[in-house]
Design a protein. Structure first.
Length: 313
């Protein structure tokens, strides 16, 4: 039995799978940032004790830069307590004899889409996860591309506005269009929106029930209802994402770029916005730019990729 683990900024998923990489059992938990790494490890240990048999191989997709050769975490940008933690060693102590591989979650999602998702027909593809954080992964011939440790393809940390010498903070892509950044932007816009705004009505209804956060999930239905602010926000997200992805095109020139993560659930409007904006950022020799595709595996991209990683262990 193979085990696939996704450790993100908002959720923990643990899945078991067969030799074909198909999920046959799933455990899913909401991450409490206040409990940090300790809370996630407690949930993970409890889940391991529920398995019917010990796994022979474990693949992990972690939300942050890691040393993939040792399985040690460099850091998490969302959850405290992970810096320097030997996750692979911790898992080996609890599952005797298991082969363990730990990778960045975007790398693992890229592997999942390349092997089992929308990218099966391409030799090389780039995957970008638009979620609580923004990360990337490059897969060539079904193998994850690696740079120097501890990580690579961190597209979310490209500067849109660089910090200056006086120490004033700049603005990265992740700070601008991550799920949390878009949620805050929507909340900040609410007082300026007209009372009949579909986006405003939906968000305020959610807030009335105590549901604060995740406001970006209302962009797609508001867009479908012809809400002009939802359209504007999706176009802005698409333009910023396209600017970041233009660097990927110039550096790697992949055949296709796959959009995953929570914001990708906006769907075709976001894909179209990125596709429309990307050509103006890409040099003439690379026109037309790579295909822009929506991830096929959705929330399963990292777990499925983690199972593929376990198979390769």
């Amino acid at each position: 039995m193979n085990l696939g683990i996704e450790i993100g900024g908002t959720k923990l998923q643990v899945v078991t799978g067969d030799e074909d990489g198909q999920i046959d059992r799933r455990f899913r938990y909401v991450v409490d940032p206040q409990q940090g790494a300790t809370g996630i490890l407690t949930q993970l240990e409890a889940t391991l004790s529920q398995l019917s048999e010990p796994p022979t191989s474990i693949g992990v997709g972690f939300g942050g830069p890691v040393d993939w050769q040792t399985g040690r975490i460099a850091t998490s940008h969302q959850i405290g307590g992970w810096s320097g933690f030997d996750l692979a060693g911790w898992l080996r102590e609890r599952v005797s004899g298991a082969i363990v591989r730990v990778e960045n979650d975007a790398n693992v999602a890229a592997l999942g889409e390349a092997c089992k998702g929308v990218g099966t027909g391409f030799t090389n593809l780039f995957y970008v996860t638009l979620g609580s954080g923004i990360g990337g992964g490059m897969v060539i011939n079904r193998q994850i591309y690696h740079g120097a440790t501890p990580g690579e393809a961190e597209i979310g940390h490209l500067w849109l506005i660089p910090p200056n010498e006086s120490g004033a903070s700049g603005q990265t892509i992740e700070q601008t269009i991550s799920g949390w950044a878009v949620d805050k932007q929507i909340r900040d816009l609410l007082p300026q929106l007209p009372a009949d705004s579909v986006l405003k009505t939906s968000v305020l209804a959610a807030h009335a029930t105590g549901s604060i956060g995740g406001e970006a999930r209302f962009l797609h239905p508001a867009y479908e209802a012809s809400d002009p602010v939802a359209r504007m926000l999706i176009e802005q997200i698409g333009s910023v994402a396209a600017l970041g992805l233009s660097h990927v095109v110039h550096l790697f020139h992949p055949e296709a770029i796959v959009l995953g993560g929570g914001l990708s659930l906006i769907g075709e409007p976001l894909r179209a916005a990125i596709r429309q904006a990307l050509p103006r950022f890409v040099m003439k020799a690379f026109q037309p730019p790579p295909l822009i595709l929506l991830a096929k595996l959705g929330e399963d991209a990292v777990p499925v990729g983690a199972l593929q990683l376990a198979k390769l262990a």
